[in-house]
Design a protein around this ligand. Structure first.
Ligand code: SF4
Ligand code: SF4
Length: 439
């Protein structure tokens, strides 16, 4: 079997972002592969934990990826501030064609456009992908999964950090489909009476109060906050309120644009123009602005830059959705030139933590294996880009741990699913496959 076939069979998807099926990325040809260990979401530590404890396996996954895409160069990008981890990674790459690229402690260092420019000096064309400038970027956890796939091991576990208002912030390795509730219990339970969850992180994650949601292949972590924390309150406003406040209160100061990492790299992203567009749209009508088209939803404009506490990121989300509905495509031939201040205007991670009122939660979250062994898992049939996987087992079937339980229809984009625990298929519906372990 080729690596592409092994990775497809193992159901590997990008563990750090939208969950794009990894076997597709391995079919390109490029010069360099970059392992993304930048991990800039405040309070999340799962990538640093992996770099600390599994650097040799990350290097193995990177070497295999380089071979598959015929790359002559590999890089592991991580933050300079993790001195001990940098040493572990340097030891793991000794004698290979892999370099270590040290990043400053700023947000968002892990955005692919920012990372590719930082490591190679190249700028991905507007609306393009790293392959167009000779690069493939893989999250470090994805590389561990590629290494496992080469040994015939499917993706059945997820590494995630549970942080914020919990007694024992922890990075856990759990079976896919474990409930967030079980993960939060393993992190010592919330320290607040009215917890809300930011699933995926404070900057780019989703606000939720549902502790019963299952962990998927892309859940990087959960930050727990009290419902009256300033970030929870801001994120909890309705879209209509955000739009109404923005329409009346934006003074067009441009701070949101001046801090935007995509604008600073030279792309046509100007959130203040998107905010201006709110004022030109009828109330309740969709707002349309191509100035949002290349926004990466990093959240800096809303949660750091805007002195009025407005919601330019959310205005960009709405505008981008509208652009997508209308089939808008950016012009990839427009020349891109970074702003002269682009590196001087990076947002320091510590400054961001202060702005987010999160300093009190800034603790390590050490890696713990096997702390959570659920008796029941809820396996989402769609855990990344593409279509939902179709079950190949029926209700009542007995499955062993690692057994194939669902796969995408032939010829369609998606990823296979394997049983994270041994047990009986308790139920199947349009969204999930539930497996119950025998006690
Ligand atoms: S920073 Fe805030 S007030 Fe200034 S232009 Fe942007 S949204 Fe408007
Ligand atoms: S969320 Fe805001 S700061 Fe981030 S890329 Fe989009 S417009 Fe720029």
């Amino acid at each position: 079997m080729t690596l592409v076939e092994q990775v497809q069979a193992a159901g590997v998807v990008g563990a750090g972002g939208a969950g794009f099926p990894t076997h597709i990325k391995l079919q390109g040809r490029c010069e360099a592969v970059i392992a993304n260990g930048a991990e800039c979401e405040p309070l999340l530590h799962k990538d640093s934990c992996l770099l600390e404890h599994q650097a040799p396996q990350i290097v193995d996954g990177l070497k295999r990826t380089m071979e598959a895409v015929r790359a002559s160069r590999g890089w592991i990008a991580l933050k300079r501030k993790h001195a001990a981890i940098v040493e572990a990674v340097r030891a793991a790459v000794r004698g290979t064609d892999i370099g270590v690229h040290l990043l400053g402690d700023y947000y968002p260092a892990g955005d692919e456009f920012v990372l590719v420019h930082e490591v190679t000096g190249r700028l991905i064309p507007a609306g393009g992908i790293p392959l167009q400038v000779g690069c493939v970027v893989q999250n470090v956890e994805t590389l561990v999964n590629i290494s496992n796939a080469a040994s015939g091991l499917p993706v059945t576990k997820k590494v995630l950090t549970i942080a914020g208002a919990v007694r024992d912030p922890t990075t856990l390795v759990v079976p896919l489909g474990t409930s967030i509730r079980d993960c939060v219990i393993a992190a010592g339970n919330p320290t607040v009476a009215d917890p809300v969850l930011l699933v995926g992180g404070v900057m780019m994650g989703e606000l939720s109060t549902c502790l019963d949601s299952p962990v998927t292949k892309t859940t990087a972590g959960v930050v727990i906050l009290s419902a009256d924390h300033p970030i929870a309150k801001r994120r909890g406003l309705t879209a209509a309120s955000m739009r109404a406040i923005g329409r009346s209160a934006c003074d067009q100061c441009r701070y949101c644009t001046e801090y935007c990492p995509r604008y600073l790299l030279g792309y046509g992203v100007e959130p203040h123009q998107v905010m201006r567009g709110l004022g030109f749209s009828m109330v309740g009508e969709p707002s349309w602005s191509t100035w949002a088209g290349l926004c990466c939803a990093c959240g800096l404009c809303t949660l750091y830059a805007c002195p009025e506490g407005l919601f330019p990121k959310e205005a960009c989300d709405d505008a981008r959705a509208e652009l997508k509905r209308n089939g808008w495509k950016p012009d990839g031939d427009v020349p891109i030139a970074p702003h002269p201040m682009h590196s001087g205007r990076r947002v320091p991670a510590q400054g961001l933590l202060r702005r987010l009122h999160l300093q009190e939660f800034d603790h390590p979250a050490p890696l713990k294996h096997d702390r959570v062994q659920p008796a029941r898992v809820v396996l989402r049939r769609k855990q990344g880009a593409g279509v939902a996987a179709v079950p190949i087992v029926g209700t009542g079937a007995e499955v062993s741990s690692g057994a194939l339980v669902a796969e995408p229809p032939p010829g369609q984009l998606g990823a296979r699913l394997h049983a994270p625990i041994a047990g009986t298929i308790a139920s199947i519906d349009a969204e999930s496959i539930v497996i119950q372990h025998h006690l």
